[in-house]
Design a protein around this ligand. Structure first.
Ligand code: NAP
Length: 324
């Protein structure tokens, strides 16, 4: 990749896509192609083929997808599997058809078996049962990885995949239906503080352990992968340590300044007991996260206050805590 490379960022308005745009521009890459969802539906094969034929990118980053927490995964399993499979299929095939030099496909740590030994290395892929609640999304992401590997194996394409842990940061989703655990906590504690609600009820026991990465750190990892030749094609990207959901909730509560209680609804599912990635493969290339969890929460909350309409909205209801 050189400064003039034509880089198509699919999903540029999303949490990951926007961080990629910031990082690419900061790295001197100005020749970036973007298309809004309303103008280019990546689940539509003919639209994607036309777009690639006309725009002819050199590099493609696939950061588009249907993404959500446990609630969304459970209520829309058909859409999670179909849309994510279609996006992977259409984009990877169109990229190959016009000779795209390098492609980076964003997967997720959800691809690994529910009971994989922690920290989870890349070799754990397809060694056991997936987490039931987000299997639809995980299967689609695994299909995307395998498509990249298939083109790599048969045609020698430089198609890479990155598996980020739970991400958060500016531009995250905060609505109850689609948000992941950390932004959901920010939105709920903020609303409870605004409304003087004495307690917030969170799903589960709070005991599962999860790893969180500030999204700009992921974007720097993606840039590193695009700028370098790599032997491997699958890279975990995690912070390197995990925290319990209870500890996370206390940290978010403190950063938001909410002074009420947290109740834990243990009748609700916890999801996988622990999910910590082994990211030594990408660390060996020189990548390290730069933003601590505490700093990241402060930055994300500031962005929520400045840019998210929910910051002022009155909201009630329960919080679905489990994240993929
Ligand atoms: N967020 C996380 O914690 C996390 C963790 C691990 C991996 N990832 C992976 O990172 C990638 C991006 O996630 P994200 O958190 O950035 O998601 P996001 O904020 O929901 O962004 C997804 C983007 O994809 C676009 N998109 C969705 N369907 C599309 C379609 N059919 N055609 C065109 N554009 C479409 C969305 O556009 P609209 O908003 O306009 O629909 C949005 O810009 C996903 O592959 C996800 O699996 C995310």
């Amino acid at each position: 990749m050189n400064p003039d490379s034509k880089i198509f960022v699919a999903g540029h308005r999303g949490l990951v896509g926007a961080a990629l745009m910031r990082t690419l521009r900061a790295g001197g890459y100005q020749n970036i192609l973007i298309a809004a969802h309303k103008d280019l539906d990546l689940t539509e094969q003919s639209e994607v083929e036309d777009y690639f034929q006309k725009s002819r990118p050199d590099i493609v980053i696939v950061a588009a997808g249907r993404v959500g927490g446990i609630l969304a995964n459970q209520s829309e399993p058909d859409e999670f599997i179909m849309e994510n499979c279609a996006i992977a299929l259409n984009v990877i095939r169109a990229a190959y058809s016009i000779g795209v030099r390098k492609l980076l496909y964003l997967g997720s740590s959800c691809i690994y078996p529910r009971m994989a030994a922690n920290p989870i290395g890349e070799e754990a892929l397809l060694t056991g049962q997936l987490e039931e609640t987000n299997q639809w999304y995980a299967i689609a992401k695994i299909a995307g990885i395998k498509m990249c590997q298939a083109f790599r194996r048969r045609h020698g394409c430089d198609y890479l995949t990155a598996m980020p842990t739970n991400l958060f940061g500016p531009g995250d989703r905060y609505d109850a239906a689609r948000s992941h655990v950390l932004p959901a906590l920010i939105a709920r504690f903020h609303a409870a503080k605004q409304d003087g609600i004495p307690s917030v009820t969170c799903w589960g026991s709070g005991s599962p352990r999860r790893e969180f990465l500030y999204v700009d750190d992921l974007a720097r990892a993606c840039l590193l992968l695009l700028e370098n030749e790599t032997v491997e094609d699958l890279f975990n990207v995690g912070f390197g340590s995990d925290t319990t959901i209870k500890e996370l909730a206390e940290m978010v509560k403190q950063k938001v300044g909410y002074e009420g209680e947290i109740d834990w609804d243990e009748s609700k599912p916890d999801g996988t007991p622990q999910k910590l990635l082994d990211s030594s493969r990408i660390r060996a290339l020189g990548w390290r996260p730069q933003v601590s969890l505490g700093q990241g929460i402060e930055l994300a909350y500031r962005d929520f206050l400045e840019n998210n309409p929910l910051a002022c909205a009155e909201r009630n209801g329960r919080l679905a805590l489990a994240s993929c």
